[in-house]
Design a protein around this ligand. Structure first.
Ligand code: ZN
Length: 61
């Protein structure tokens, strides 16, 4: 589980927008970005290279 106080200070390293816990990952709240960060052993991995792109963006290109 992630501490809500920790969630408050976490931000997407790509766009500096707040992230929200969705299931077992943290999702950037900026629609144009929307990167999804994994949580491993209770520790959010706030790294762009570890993040998944949202499905809508994955279709393009
Ligand atoms: Zn973002």
């Amino acid at each position: 589980m992630i501490d809500p106080a920790l969630l408050d200070i976490l931000a997407c390293p790509n766009c500096k927008t707040a992230v929200k816990l969705e299931g077992d990952r943290l999702v950037c709240q900026k629609p144009a970005c929307g990167l999804r960060y994994p949580i491993r052993n209770g520790i959010p991995i706030m790294l762009i290279e570890e993040a998944e792109k949202p499905p809508e963006q994955a279709k393009t290109g």
